[in-house]
Ligand binder design. Structure first.
Ligand code: ZN
Length: 76
């Protein structure tokens, strides 16, 4: 099984720096990167932090907007 951090870094390396944005993992607060959403609809997804192994909900806002996160195990 491949290392999660290596897989994450290999994925990011496919994109030029200007296509990426940063956000913080809602569990470990580590700064993560992902691809900006150039489209006109938000992207909802379940994501995985390669550093702390926790899952979280992620919304990548449309029109090159921010990435918002919520802990998957949050009760409220
Ligand atoms: Zn994390």
């Amino acid at each position: 099984m491949k290392n999660a951090i290596e897989t994450y870094e290999r994925y990011l390396s496919k994109f030029p720096a200007e296509r990426l944005t940063t956000f913080n993992c809602p569990s470990c607060k580590k700064q993560l990167k992902d691809v900006l959403n150039k489209g006109s609809f938000d992207w909802d997804s379940m994501a995985f932090c390669p550093y702390c192994q926790n899952h979280y909900f992620k919304v990548t806002k449309a029109n090159n907007g921010a990435i918002l996160t919520t802990k998957a195990d949050q009760d409220d």
